[in-house]
Structure formats: structure tokens, C-alpha cells
Design a protein around this ligand. Structure first.
Ligand code: SF4
Length: 438
């Protein structure tokens, strides 16, 4: 009888970027012949991929490590929390190893040290596209790590370092493999997608023997040739973002732009260390809509930032009314340990921060509802995410998985997950759409 394969349990917390790290580790584990165990009891050891972005995430990560230690006892910690000094070791001194984010080699080294792999030439039979945590029909495509900005509320650069772009040929080959394996939608992620290639001076790489610049516009255009939906996330509002709008208008990539503006008051943007010319931003949004009338703009904001006056907040609400963004998220400012913004004067009481967030979201709810209602009586192509006896749940180009809305298709019970179908939109609210097969 052959020897049982070593079993590794895996717990992954955090954002899509952390999921992408997790996918790499899982792929490597399977490539080396480890089994991924679905329970603590069957695992020989457990890897916990943590998040350390806000205090609540730190707590959640520390709890997850504690649970894995209690249930299994042998735990390796990786991810953003691992980069935050000694917090993991101070709380859980018995963990086997602690690494920071994107530390595949270090994680594998720790796994080898505590759970040696079996030598078996047949166990590296894994699918060429690797192991993914997302459903088969969409996948995250990570194009870079780290960030060269120093937004005062954010500690990502201190956790993940300055921008490091992945070689463009490697990104394209991964995207190609994913599409060949059946992926219908590629979600381009990074900390700062529009900065792609800045660190390598937009070096020219090669994809299938063809020269290709390490640059967002060129990458987006090449990805658009693969025949899958291409969705751009975390696009910092640099001027050259304007260049990808024609690609959206041509249908080469989805007319969807996830572009965090964070605020609209020049004084607050300055305190945040973000680009501050809001008139210019409104002008650019108008220009984008002229070139690509269907463009959907998603953004995020922070309400109640230190020093935010009533006038600053009103400016933010006025911006919302003016900009008519499609999808918006808003956080009440909350201090993140280690962030420069904690030292700023004018911290607002928690109740005020919460109240401003609520007013902001109320204002946006009507705008989002009106933006969605314009789809009624239109035909749209949607991608099916789930099928039940009651119908299908899908998304249109306007909806990124997990963060935006859904399209409910009442007569879609015969569809398959991953199908592209044409639907007629019949109803909407402030978040979702309802439809029937066209
Ligand atoms: S651009 Fe994003 S990741 Fe970079 S410092 Fe600012 S908020 Fe953080």
C-alpha cells in the first residue's frame, strides 16, 4: 500500500490580493505532492494566510491562528499580519513559522522543515493553470506587488514595500493559461494597477515572441485579445488612465473602472497625500463618458478623515451629486495602527465619522438606483455565476464579483455556470437587476 500523502490545511483571510498569494501557495503545495485537507483533524499542519489591514482584520487573523493551534497544533503563518513586527509571535508563541505577504518560497521552506514531502514522481500532476480559490469561470490576475504612493491613511507600502511589477510576458502567459482552462473573466488586481511598469521604466517584454511594453494600456489591450472579459481594479487616478477608455469604447476590455477617489475636498486630499484637483477629476469623468457612454465607474471614499470640516464634507456630497458614479463604497475613517494620518490634528469623534458615512451612503443610494434604472428595457450580456431551481444569478459588465450587484434571471434555471447569455433587464433597485432571457 502506498504511503498516505502529507496533508496541509489552509485558511485564507483578507482581500483578493491575499487570495492570489494563497492560490500560488496552494498550487505549489499540490505541485510538490501535498494534499490540501478540508479539516483541521486530518491535516498534518495548517497554513494561515492573514490580513493586517485594519484592526478588525488583525483580530480576525489572530483568532484564526488561535483556532488552528487549538484544533491542530502545527501552524505556519503568512500574509500581511506576518509583516507587522512581532504581533503574531507575541500572541501565539507556539506557531512554527511566520512570514510576510507574497512569501511563497519562505512558506514552502517552513512546510518542508515541518512536514517533509513524499518523493513520488506522479504527484505533480496538477492542472497547468494551477489551483484557484475563485470559481472556475473567473480568476484574479495579479500584475504587481507593493505601491510607490504614501497615502497617509494606508500602511500597505510599509507591509508590502514599493511597487514591483511582474514581467509582462509572465502575466500574459498566466492569463492565456487561465483562459485556455475555461476562465471567462480576468480581474486585474494590484495595489496600483495604473502604475504597472513604473518600476521597470515600462520595459519592453515579450509575449509569444511579440514585444509588449510593461504598461497598463499595452497590457490591457493584449489581455483584450484573449477572448475573456477583462476588468481593471484599483486604478489610481493618474492622467494616463484616460488612455484605456478608448479600449473600453471598442469593447476590447470591459467599460468598468474601479478608481478610488477617496475624497473631493482639496484640503482633505492633500492631508491624505492624494491628487487634489477635483474640478479636473469631474472634467475627466465627463470626458470618459463622452468617449464611452456605457462606462461604469466604481470608487471608494473615506468620510470623517481627521480635520474634515462641515464644508469639506459638503464638498464631498456635492462631488457625488455632480459625478453620478455608478458604484460607491464609503468607510468611516478609522485609524490604522502605524498610519501617518493618526498624527494629523482634528480627529473627529467616532459618532461624527459614522454619521457622515451614513449620510454619504444615503446620498449615493439614490444615485446608484438612478444609474441602474437606465438599464431597464435594455438587453445585456451577463455571465452566469450560480444556477438554482429558482433561476440563475449572473453579473453584467457593470458588476465585479463579490463587491458589486447581481442580475437575477427568473427563467435561467437551465443555464450553466460560466455561460454568457443575453438577457432583457426588467427591474432594478439600488444594487441589483432583474431580468429574463432575451
Ligand atoms: S495607492 Fe493604495 S496601496 Fe498605495 S498607499 Fe495609497 S491607498 Fe495604499
Amino acid at each position: 500500500m502506498s504511503k498516505a500523502l502529507p496533508q496541509v490545511g489552509f485558511v485564507s483571510l483578507g482581500c483578493p490580493k491575499a487570495s492570489s498569494d494563497a492560490e500560488r501557495i496552494l498550487t505549489q503545495l499540490r505541485a510538490e505532492g501535498y494534499e490540501i485537507s478540508g479539516s483541521y483533524q486530518d491535516a498534518d499542519l495548517v497554513v494561515v494566510n492573514t490580513c493586517g489591514f485594519i484592526d478588525a482584520a488583525v483580530e480576525e487573523s489572530l483568532d484564526a491562528i488561535g483556532e488552528a493551534l487549538a484544533e491542530n497544533g502545527k501552524v505556519i503563518v503568512t500574509g500581511c499580519l506576518g509583516a507587522k513586527g512581532s504581533v503574531v509571535r507575541d500572541t501565539h508563541p507556539s506557531v512554527l513559522a511566520v512570514t510576510g505577504p507574497h512569501a511563497l518560497d519562505e512558506v514552502m521552506e517552513a512546510v518542508h522543515a515541518h512536514l517533509p514531502k513524499l518523493h513520488d514522481p506522479y504527484t505533480d500532476l496538477i492542472p497547468p493553470q494551477g489551483i484557484r480559490l475563485t470559481p472556475d469561470h473567473y480568476a484574479y490576475l495579479k500584475i504587481s506587488e507593493g505601491c510607490n504612493h504614501r497615502c497617509s491613511f494606508c500602511i500597505i507600502p510599509s507591509l508590502r514595500g514599493d511597487l514591483v511589477s511582474r514581467p509582462v510576458g509572465e502575466v500574459m502567459s498566466e492569463a492565456e493559461r487561465l483562459v485556455e482552462a475555461g476562465v471567462k473573466e480576468l480581474l486585474v488586481i494590484s495595489q496600483d494597477t495604473s502604475a504597472y511598469g513604473v518600476d521597470v521604466k515600462y520595459r519592453t517584454g515579450f509575449w509569444n515572441g511579440r514585444p509588449l511594453k510593461t504598461r497598463m494600456t499595452e497590457l490591457a489591450s493584449a489581455l483584450g485579445e484573449l477572448g475573456a472579459w477583462v476588468r481593471l481594479h484599483y486604478v489610481y487616478p493618474y492622467p494616463h488612465v484616460d488612455e484605456v477608455i478608448p479600449l473600453m469604447a471598442e469593447g476590447r476590455i470591459l467599460p468598468y473602472l474601479d478608481i478610488p477617489f477617496q475624497h473631493a475636498s482639496p484640503a482633505i486630499l492633500k492631508a491624505m497625500r492624494r491628487p487634489g484637483n477635483i474640478e479636473n477629476t469631474l472634467e475627466r469623468i465627463r470626458g470618459w463618458r463622452e468617449i464611452c457612454p456605457d462606462i461604469v465607474i466604481r470608487s471608494t471614499f473615506i468620510a470623517g478623515f481627521p480635520g474634515e470640516t462641515d464644508e469639506d464634507f459638503q464638498m464631498l456630497l456635492d462631488f457625488l451629486e455632480e459625478a453620478q458614479l455608478d458604484r460607491v463604497g464609503c468607510f468611516a475613517y478609522s485609524p490604522v495602527e502605524g498610519a501617518a494620518a493618526n498624527e494629523l490634528p482634528g480627529a473627529l469623534p467616532e459618532a461624527v465619522r459614522q454619521e457622515r458615512q451614513a449620510i454619504f451612503m444615503e446620498t449615493q443610494a439614490d444615485i446608484s438606483a438612478a444609474r441602474l434604472a437606465r438599464h431597464i428595457d435594455r438587453t445585456m450580456t451577463v455571465l452566469v455565476d450560480e444556477v438554482t431551481e429558482e433561476g440563475a444569478v449572473a453579473r453584467s459588465y457593470a458588476d465585479a464579483p463579490e463587491i458589486d450587484g447581481l442580475v437575477y434571471i427568473a427563467d435561467g434555471d437551465q443555464l450553466q455556470v460560466g455561460d454568457f447569455v443575453e438577457v432583457l433587464i426588467t427591474d432594478s433597485d439600488q444594487h441589483d437587476l432583474w431580468a429574463q432571457l432575451a
